[in-house]
Ligand binder design. Sequence first.
Ligand code: AMP
Ligand code: ZN
Length: 500
Amino acid sequence: MKNELQVFNSYSGKKEVFKPIHEGQVGMYVCGPTVYSDVHLGNCRTFVSFDVVYRYLQYLGYKVRYVRNITDVGHLEGDEDTGREDKIAKKARLEQLEPMEIVQRYMNGFHEMMKVFNVAAPAIEPRATGHIPEQIEMVQTILDNGLAYVKNGSVYFDTFKFAKEKNVYGTLSGRKIEDLIAESRANLKNQDEKNHPSDFAIWIKAAPEHLMRWNSPWSVGFPGWHLECSVMSTKYLGEKFDIHGGGSDLKFPHHENEIAQNYGVCGAAPCNYWLHGNMLLFNGKKMSKSDGNSIMPGELFTGQSSHLTKAYSPMVVRFFMLQSHYSSTLDLTDEALQAAEKGYRRLMEALKVLQEMTHTGGGSAGALDKEINGLIDLASEDMSDDFNTPKALASLFELVTKINSLKGGQLSFSDLTPDTLERLKKTFNDFIFDIFGLLAENFDSSGNGVVDGLMQLILDMRQTARTNKDWGTSDKIRDALKELEIVVKDGKDGATWSKG
Ligand code: AMP
Ligand code: ZN
């Protein structure tokens, strides 16, 4: 089949033909955010990448059960598995709030940002704290199967035994267990509790000051970060499902340990295809909040950053992300965003021209007709080639040139059939809205890209910040709008705005 879907499987390191376990259905699990701070653009990139995967699978006609979790416990500082503070508990301590207040605040913010980027909601969005009994059960099963041991109330996965029994530990991340031992020996604080430094905690005994804690047969404690994903994926998708995704920085230790846990439960890997989105870079380095190398979506939408010459709308940013393949790194720069803005507008303007186009009648299937149909086929083939959005966009832009020439009269409708024009219209609609997930943004007459919808969104974000008593963010938004000479008035029915 010409248009057979192929995906790059990080586990085998090869592009493979995609064959779902159940015909016509796909089970996909993607690691969701740890909700202890505002999502940065790097996080957004990963979720946009998997949104396109989700959309394209549906476009191909699959019924997709997409599970994307919320990590609200167990993810420790520095991605360590013991000896460090839980990211959420730390934030709660610093802000003197309940951990669940932190979770709610940043989960709301995450959902808002996903809406802004038009990222479709998953079918199921399970939370780790809502699955503690299942996690305890899985720890017990791994213990029963002899691949974990208890030490001072914590439970550790025995990587050494696992590596001896099944030669798979390290395959996904391309590491050898000997290297892992050498690496982790230098880093781990509580290693004396472990039989081997590469072993990892699946249940952690809570220190007296630890806020999030549950009873278990081993101690009052909390589950390990890796465990939650094994539990939530298998609960909703079964012990074997089709696709597991996440950012490439999760390959090790998170995904490697998930695979180990699944073997520990049922002797098999959790999924058939591992897909990894690559990192968004900023200043040539991985965008990361903890390293202080990040830019927040709000800074892009308002242009309030020393790195930017202007504001960029959410769809320009989404378009910017689509211009690179999900498995390549992407460097965020002002110039690249400017280019993306031009590209996005050119595409949307061509769509408008196309929508208003009517065939003059009597066209024949000549060379132009063939060329247009060929480019349409190519765009689909590009998407089926491991979701290659930049190549599919390039095919669409070749079609944009044809559309503009048809409008300008340099090309003639007599060289294409009415059916081909209809197919072209449908292709543009399908690709732009259904597959790429772009929305039409109205540009104002000056072409600044400032839209009512966008303003409403910014005001909604400000309102959420105010409700959360997050005065830092609400003041930042107000000041940024003031700089743009936009006056915000708070009334009893909400805020309104006008250009001063
Ligand atoms: P976290 O909230 O840290 O668990 O991360 C949520 C998702 O964002 C994970 O899939 C990460 O791999 C991903 N991620 C983190 N930083 C970046 C980045 N700079 N570029 C792309 N994805 C990222
Ligand atoms: Zn995960």
